[in-house]
Design a protein around this ligand. Structure first.
Ligand code: WT7
Length: 633
């Protein structure tokens, strides 16, 4: 197994070693995996292009490392334990042996339907075991999975299917999530009517069993395709740098981009970080509450835990259904040792009241994790006291879709606890803070834009179909550095605290949303002339979405148009991007070059109109007064 750091001195030594001899360090970590053929060279990199390659010439299949490798030693141990939405419905468990069998059968079904190495398969599925099984089945035969969060709209799904020219879509019939009944397959049908010509087959998993329309020749049932297949499916030999998956994420401009991760480096890094960030030990039950539609679910529900031979809990439901004690009930029921969730969930459960946590002693919990957005001090302390009972260290893990795995985090029981600080870089990670000119800010007790100056094994390799966009977005702002888009502070002891995005990306309940995307959706409303979207502090969601909208004629009923705008956004992107606040304005503050001055809009949305700074350079300073007067916060 990869190195597991146990003391502060070991951490310091490992980090130093990873900087002095990165190739030696990562070669040692990679050695514990099953390779069909060893790599010739550990690393070649050039951030200008970018061209980053790890374990060059190495051959492997990640599912052999997730599954086959464990059969002799832990074949009868639970690999995945699934908790359904309905607390009274049966739990489904898969041992490593059983999961291996299911993955092989599904892999054979994909092959029988014409899927082979390099083909893209799109997933639009709720959190059911078949999602994990089919994702691994893709990886087994060298197909590329592109999982789309099932909360996205048909339009968003279609965009992603087209961008990756997927040959197949795998979905469920319906999904019961919390109290909602969602027609999953119907949304796929709608998406496929939007010109997704590459799709030949839709595999439908029967989840709720409600009546469904199947398209002759295109749609096939999972059980018809999978059940009769052989449980023997040799894994495809993959190059370390072959594509493993695409995952779409939002940025400050344009449509979401398909972040590409490759087989070898991603495998080594997710396993390494899983074992260290959570101090996983054999037999621990690990529960990450994320959805597999996000990177957190990819790396820390599926790949990291399975690579490490852990038991990974997968949950279909939501934290508040049927009541706000569901998380704690599930923790007790499955004797969860390591629990990993998002600050937005913590804040929502905190707001529901302590009476929901009190019946649970949660004595099995050893480590608590947080991810996705900054965790405020109040939520941190509540998590520590009410859930960890002050005996479970909290790891505030900072990372991104593009980083593949955790980059900055405390190590539980090893580094000290400082609320709201993601703390120290993982071995292999070299963070730097820079100013707006790209000059490195040295020393401690400083603030700047967070960059990473050396590659780690699971750094993104490209954005699908548009390498130039990858270069521009991440590698061109500052020469020879990966730019994260986040601002950070480094304290007197070198710990990092992530402040938040410095670009036009907002983080709503841990979901990354590009303001430009929301604006484009709002502008689809026939009465909208122009709009500008900014984030504002929100007690539960972290950030809320505040939209300023100019309409083509005076609106009669404000409620009607705001409802219509929300509906348009839901239809085009999905409910997660729906503006919380919509203010109809006569104009937007613009510079003489026609750029919207977002700084002013952010201030107003924050409810702080006392000092809007210099507005004299505006083309239309008079609109500022109107905006202030009509402010909705
Ligand atoms: C953005 C990445 C990677 C997991 C899920 C989100 C923010 C993530 C933290 C944290 C403060 C955080 C950053 C980052 N973020 N973790 N522990 N503290 N901020 O992945 O959707 O790619 O979003 O989430 O702003 O850039 P993502």
């Amino acid at each position: 197994m990869t190195l597991q750091i146990k003391t502060l001195d070991e951490y310091k030594a490992a980090w130093q070693r990873s900087v002095d001899d990165p190739e030696g360090f990562w070669a040692e970590q990679a050695a514990s995996f099953q390779w069909r053929k060893k790599w010739k060279k550990v690393l070649e990199w050039d951030f200008e292009q970018p061209d980053i390659q790890w374990f060059i010439g190495g051959k492997l299949n990640i599912t052999e490392n997730c599954l086959d490798r464990h059969l002799a030693t832990r074949g009868d141990q639970t690999a995945i334990r699934w908790e359904p939405n309905d607390p009274d419905a049966p739990v489904r468990s898969f041992t490593y042996k059983e999961l291996h069998t299911e993955v092989c059968k599904a892999a054979n079904a994909l092959k029988a339907n014409g899927i082979g190495k390099g083909d893209r398969v799109c997933f639009y599925m709720p959190m059911v075991p078949e999602l994990a099984i089919a994702v691994l089945a893709c990886a087994r035969i060298g197909a590329v999975h592109s999982v789309v969060f099932a909360g996205f709209s048909a339009t968003s799904l279609a965009d992603r299917i087209k961008d990756a020219t997927c040959k197949m879509v795998i979905c469920s019939d319906y999904n019961d999530r919390g109290p909602k009944h969602i027609p999953v397959k119907q949304i796929v049908d709608e998406a496929l009517e939007m010109g997704c010509d590459s799709v030949e087959t839709v595999i439908v998993h029967r989840n709720t069993g409600d009546a469904l329309a199947m398209v002759e020749g295109r749609d096939k049932w999972w059980h018809d395709e999978v059940n009769h297949q052989s449980a023997d499916c040799p894994a495809e030999e993959m190059d370390a740098e072959d594509m493993l998956f695409i995952l779409y994420t939002s940025g400050s401009t344009g449509k979401p981009k398909g972040v590409v991760h490759t087989c070898g480096g991603y495998m080594v890094y997710t396993c390494f970080t899983f074992r260290n960030a959570f101090q996983y030990s054999d037999g621990d039950v690990f529960w990450c509450t994320a959805d597999i539609g996000w990177i957190t679910g990819h790396s820390y529900i599926i790949y990291g835990p399975l690579l490490a031979g852990a038991t990974s809990v997968m949950f279909e439901g939501v934290p508040t259904y049927p009541a706000p004690d569901r998380f704690w009930q599930v923790c007790e029921k499955h004797k969860v040792n390591i629990f990993y969730t998002a600050p937005t969930a913590i804040r929502a459960l905190m707001a529901a009241g302590d009476q929901w946590t009190e019946p649970y002693d949660l004595k099995d919990i050893k480590v608590l994790g947080s991810v996705g957005e900054p965790i405020n001090a109040e939520a941190w302390h509540w998590y520590d006291e009410k859930i960890g009972k002050k005996r479970a260290p909290i790891v505030d893990t900072w990372w991104q879709t593009e980083t593949g795995g955790i980059l900055i985090t405390p190590l539980p029981g090893i580094t000290d606890q400082k609320p709201t600080f993601a703390s120290y870089p993982m071995p292999g990670v070299q963070p730097v803070l820079v100013d707006q000119f790209g000059t490195e800010i040295v020393g401690n007790d400083v603030e700047g834009m967070l960059c990473i100056k050396f590659p780690w094994p699971s750094i993104l390799r490209t954005t699908y179909g548009d390498h130039e966009r990858c270069r521009q977005t991440y590698f061109s702002t500052f020469k020879n550095r990966y730019f994260t888009g986040d601002g950070a502070r480094r304290d007197e002891d070198g710990r990092y605290r992530i402040i938040g995005r410095v670009d036009d990306v907002i983080n709503v309940s841990g979901h990354r949303i590009g303001t430009a995307e929301v604006e484009n959706a709002i502008n689809e409303h026939p009465d909208v002339v122009e709009s500008a979207v900014v984030g504002y502090p929100h007690d539960i969601k972290g950030q809320g979405i505040y939209a300023y909208v100019i309409t083509s004629h005076a609106v009669g009923n404000v409620d009607t148009i705001t409802k219509e705008i929300r509906d348009v956004v839901t239809r085009i992107i999905g409910p997660i991007a729906k503006p919380d606040i919509i203010q109809i304005v006569p104009g937007l503050p613009k510079t003489r070059s026609g750029k919207i001055m977002r700084r002013i809009l952010r201030k107003v949305a924050e409810g702080d109109t006392s000092n809007l700074g210099d507005t004299s350079t505006l083309l239309n300073p008079e609109v500022v007064e109107d905006i202030k007067t009509g402010a909705l916060r």
